[in-house]
Design a protein around this ligand. Structure first.
Ligand SMILES: [Zn+2]
Length: 428
């Protein structure tokens, strides 16, 4: 057998192991927020990988957002050096999952196997991808024990809440320096035949309209912040939404609806806080003096963030020109620049070759509508040779009855192991 055949054989014979590993990971409920069981999942992986010759580091992101003794932000970095010097290929997965939500017909932390599917919160985003990368590395090591360079596997915290207690922290500590790591694959659920080159940019901001409190029976003595916000929302509908719909990108974003600029209004709050659930108290009659919205603006690689922000400021100034008592404040919450790895980058070329070999079809190149940890590897780690590639359907992420296909995990594990072969197998 040649190396590619040995790799396929080693992965096929680990099918039950892959299923059991995925189920075990799903059964550790690493909910974020608040950040539960992070140490437990790191310990589980550490135990497994230490047995396979990996050197283990457990790193707590002290003082990262959310880090506290009740919910410490634990990360795992496992590294296995090869027989001779060479490059390092790093697989990075986040170990946190989002809340369960309503509408499940399965146990969200049961890891139930039915036919080809494993169900559970995080099955697709992204414990299935994490499991596939572990199996890929173990199978490659068995098939090619004298490989060059090094293989790293990390399981990191808090991707779902920005990654500051996870990849951002590790990148700041030098874990993604180009001198240490040369290739990064993030097994997010972008589908087994697609290579994700990067993501759009993000700007979150809070807009507050300001008025004056008064008795609700004499609203003319006050100034209603909610009505001011109504004028802001009307202006967003009338001018900003059409403007965003007219901006198109050359980035191959999926789904195609995200190939333009978009805006979501995350929340709106005005006046007195809502009563506690179950409260029978009546509200007090007040003119609301504050109203706030949080906007989530996704922008394109062709756009500049300064202009993205200026569009909103100009909009608020237009409203002000029409409403004499209008006052507002705008506060930046979060921003991320768009990022896109070159199609000629080594990790992209190797993955495309491996997809063609395993699936018998050409790889598709895509860009994610939302961000993921690539932003930190790019901006803080200064490593450009990074992609997302992994099993699963992005549309299932964060949904009830989330699942992952065992066949897709097996196929993508073969792709990942062939990438290792291409980048780390000794010559000749
Ligand atoms: Zn994810």
């Amino acid at each position: 057998m040649d190396l590619a055949q040995r790799i396929r054989f080693e992965i096929d014979r680990r099918r039950d192991d892959l299923i059991a590993l995925t189920q075990d990971l799903i059964r550790i409920p690493t909910l974020n927020p608040p950040g539960r069981h992070y140490r437990e999942i790191c310990d589980y992986l550490a135990e497994r990988l230490a047995h396979r010759g990996f050197a283990i580091e457990l790193i707590r992101a002290h003082d990262a957002p959310g880090d506290c003794d009740a919910y410490p932000r634990w990360n795992l970095v496992a590294r296995r050096a090869g027989a001779s010097p060479g490059e390092c290929v790093h697989f990075n997965s986040h170990h946190d999952v989002v809340e369960v939500g309503h509408g499940w017909t399965r146990d969200p932390f049961g890891g139930e196997l039915e036919g080809d599917r494993i169900y559970g919160r995080g099955a697709c985003d992204m414990k299935g991808g994490l499991a596939a990368s572990v199996i890929a590395a173990e199978a490659f090591i068995a098939a090619c024990p004298d490989y060059r360079g090094a293989i790293e596997i990390s399981a990191t915290a808090d991707e779902e809440s920005g990654g500051y207690g996870g990849v951002a922290y590790l990148a700041a500590q030098g874990y993604f320096d180009p001198g240490r790591v040369q290739h990064v694959i993030i097994p997010e659920p972008l589908h087994k035949d697609q290579i994700c080159l990067g993501h759009r940019g993000v700007w979150w901001a809070e807009i507050e309209t300001q008025g004056r409190i008064a008795h609700g029976s004499m609203p003319f003595l006050g100034d209603c912040a909610v009505r001011h916000m109504g004028a802001v929302l009307a202006e967003i509908e009338a001018t900003l939404m059409p403007l965003l719909a007219s901006k198109h990108t050359a980035m191959p974003v999926i789904p195609p609806g995200a190939r333009q600029s978009t805006l979501n209004i995350n929340s709106i709050h005005g006046g007195a806080p809502e009563p506690e659930a179950g409260s029978t108290a009546l509200p007090a009659p007040c003119v609301p003096d504050r109203c706030r919205i949080i906007i989530d603006r996704r922008f394109l690689i062709e756009e500049q963030i300064d202009e993205v922000k200026a569009e909103v400021t100009r909009l608020l100034e237009r409203v002000k020109a029409q409403r004499p008592s209008f006052a507002y404040e705008i506060r930046d919450l979060f921003e991320v620049q768009p990022t896109m790895t070159d199609r000629d980058a080594p990790v992209v070329r190797s993955t495309a070759t491996a997809i063609a070999a395993v699936l018998g079809r050409e790889a598709a190149y895509v860009v994610s509508p939302g961000t993921y940890d690539q932003k930190h590897i790019d901006r803080i780690g200064r490593l450009k040779n990074c992609i997302a590639y992994g099993p699963g359907e992005l549309a299932l992420a964060h949904q009830p009855d989330e699942w992952i296909s065992v066949t897709d995990m097996t196929d993508s594990a073969k792709v990942m192991a062939l990438v290792l072969a291409e980048l780390l197998a000794p010559a000749g």
